[in-house]
Design a protein around this ligand. Structure first.
Ligand SMILES: [Zn+2]
Length: 124
């Protein structure tokens, strides 16, 4: 099942704003108290709820398909903002963002290094 992200964003934008809350009576309520979403006549909200149930399994499959790149010794692949890639073992070497970058010679800063994720090949 392919996921049409653009179509999902249209549904999101046409429905009432989040947060929504599920109540024991079976209705879904928007952030405005007394404004039930699933019981409302606003068809955009009903369409959103129905499509959410239909597409969530594929979205979860897609998220799970992405895995961090971790070597057998626990080292993980990280990419710096300058696009330099480096293996780093946070258990043995400490937090990756406590180190600077040799490629761009930057000093340590939060979120300069991000883990690299790869997508598993789809089943054939
Ligand atoms: Zn760098």
């Amino acid at each position: 099942m392919s996921i049409d992200v653009a179509a999902l964003r249209v549904l999101i934008n046409e429905a009432d704003r989040a947060p929504w809350t599920a109540h024991p009576d079976g209705l879904v309520w928007s952030e405005q108290i007394g404004d039930p979403v699933s019981g409302s006549a606003q068809v955009e909200n009903a369409v959103f709820i129905a499509e959410a149930r239909n597409v969530m399994p594929a979205l979860c499959d897609e998220l799970e398909a992405f895995q961090p790149v971790i070597f057998s010794d626990g080292s993980q692949m990280f990419i710096h903002e300058c696009r330099h890639i480096e293996w780093w073992n946070e258990k043995a070497q400490g937090p990756v963002n406590d180190q600077g970058c040799d490629a761009c010679e930057s000093s340590p800063f939060a979120d300069g290094w991000q883990p690299v994720y790869v997508r598993k090949a789809a089943d054939r």
